[in-house]
Design a protein around this ligand. Structure first.
Ligand code: EPU
Length: 439
């Protein structure tokens, strides 16, 4: 099978360096038109990892051309898989024999690689995975992943930056997570599907991406119930088979376009977006003055006046996701009034605030909280994208800023968006991707 190929839609991925591209944004008003969201990054990465559970040929539809998908494909290929990715269809061929090792070079690039641990242990009884470090959100431990897998019988050793797990036969058990961690829930699900007996995960994560993963696993032959609630029960089976699956739409990408409208005003339709995956967010945005409604095949969004500030706290699903927060902070920075934002998931996830301040925002961030006083206008400036969502938020801020904003380190944005710049441009935003040499 052909190896992983990336089309020009993705453009800059393989050859450009981390600092290479820059998004140039000019103040824009009155967006209009239709935009379509891609498949969910945080769903497809885990579904790709889950394919390790059974040999054979998988077909995944609605797979975005983003850097994180490329890294996960590279990781599976390193272990022996063959992968092709044409348009939005990915074909994965998983062989009988594989090398259950996730090397440092790939885990270091994408910490979501840790989700191969569960499926590798389930299929091969052993796995060696580089320990993911912290990142721009701060300290990001994996203790819950390991403790949960130990409950199923795995023994771990940790040396030279790698965690090595071994188990003769996984045996189901009760796992109580002390926080509904998305990654730990996923690793446990993918281990428990082939364990002997029943596993119950209490305080499980409830995100739509978890539900999508369970749907995929059940269609492979797993016996899982309770997905979307905080108690998930898995009855282990002896055998799973490869399947075809269509990935759910990306709710975070949808939220990005809603927030773009909040910054620039106008009226748009976001195709594929599902309001039922973002109800709490929609309620908050409605309070701020953004009109959002379900239409055939997507959602419509309309913004006709200056937004009102609200207070907001991030929470595990169904609460307002931490990934939406940078967009909301950008919105609050130009809204009428003062908003207090509390981050309950990642304490260090306010690092982009200094960049917004460089653009004239009035924000005080300390620990888990930020106080955002809305200003009349932002002012364009060169800034740097610290991570995917914060990078997107800076692009959004550029839509409302007088003059020109240059968002550097835009490769961070490309990790999670197939075509953010092209899509915003098609809605009428004055935006382009440039190489920093040409500025
Ligand atoms: N945590 C622990 N121990 C663990 C695991 C998590 O203390 O063993 C803590 C984390 O440090 C954090 C909290 O639990 O404070 C929640 O972390 P979680 O495990 O839920 O997050 P994750 O699985 O590492 C995923 C998404 C993130 C998203 C979070 C929260 C993927 C690839 N990543 O991360 O998305 O912010 O859930 O919803 O699914 C993004 O898309 O850019 C992104 C960062």
């Amino acid at each position: 099978m052909a190896s992983n190929s990336f089309s020009s839609e993705f453009g800059t991925t393989s050859s450009h360096n981390e600092e290479g591209s820059v998004v140039r944004v000019q103040q824009s008003t009155g967006l209009s038109g239709t935009v379509r969201v891609s498949g969910a990054k945080n769903s497809v990465l885990k579904i790709m990892a889950a394919s390790l559970l059974a040999p054979g040929q998988y077909v995944l539809n609605n797979v975005p051309h983003i850097a994180d998908v490329k890294w996960m494909a590279n990781l599976l290929e390193t272990m022996g898989a063959s992968i092709s990715h044409q348009k939005d269809v990915m074909q994965i061929e998983i062989p009988e024999e594989m090398t259950p090792i996730a090397p440092y070079e790939l885990v270091e690039r994408m910490r979501a690689s840790i989700v191969v641990l569960g499926p590798l242990l389930a299929r091969f009884g052993k796995a060696k995975v580089s320990v993911p470090g912290g990142d721009d959100f701060g300290h990001r431990p994996i203790d819950m992943h390991l403790k949960g897998l130990e409950e199923l019988g795995v023994s771990f050793t940790n040396s030279h930056g790698y965690i090595e797990g071994e188990v003769k036969k996984l045996v189901g058990g009760k796992v109580l997570l002390n926080f509904p961690s998305v990654g730990a829930t996923e690793n446990l699900l993918m281990a428990a599907v082939l364990a002997e007996g029943i596993t119950v995960i209490e305080n499980a994560a409830r995100e739509p991406e978890i539900v999508d993963l369970v749907y995929f696993l059940n269609s492979m032959g797993a016996q899982i119930t309770g997905e979307g609630t905080s108690t998930i029960q898995i009855e282990g089976v002896g055998h799973l088979s490869p399947v075809e699956h269509t990935v759910i739409p990306d709710r975070i990408e949808a939220a990005t376009y809603i927030a773009a409208l909040g910054m620039a005003g106008g009226q748009i339709v976001i195709e594929e977006a599902r309001l039922e995956h973002m109800e709490m967010l929609a309620e908050k945005l409605h309070e701020m003055g953004i009109e959002i409604g379900q239409v055939d095949g997507g959602i419509s969004v309309c913004v006709s006046k200056r937004l009102r500030s609200v207070d907001l706290a991030t929470l595990p699903y169904p609460g307002v996701a931490t990934d939406y927060k940078p967009f909301i902070v950008a919105l609050l920075s130009i809204s009428d009034g003062v908003g207090i934002v509390t981050e309950n998931i990642f304490a260090g996830r306010f690092r982009y605030v200094d960049e917004l301040i460089r653009m004239g925002a009035d924000i005080r961030a300390e620990g888990h909280h930020a106080v955002v006083r809305g200003v009349e206008r932002l002012s364009g400036a060169p800034v740097r994208a610290p991570d995917i969502r914060a990078g997107a938020a800076l692009v959004l801020a550029g839509l409302a800023a007088e003059g020109e904003t240059l968002v550097g380190a835009a490769s961070h944005i490309e990790r999670g968006y197939q075509n953010l710049v092209g899509n915003l441009s098609s809605l009428g935003a004055k935006i382009e991707l440039v190489n920093h040499q040409s500025i």
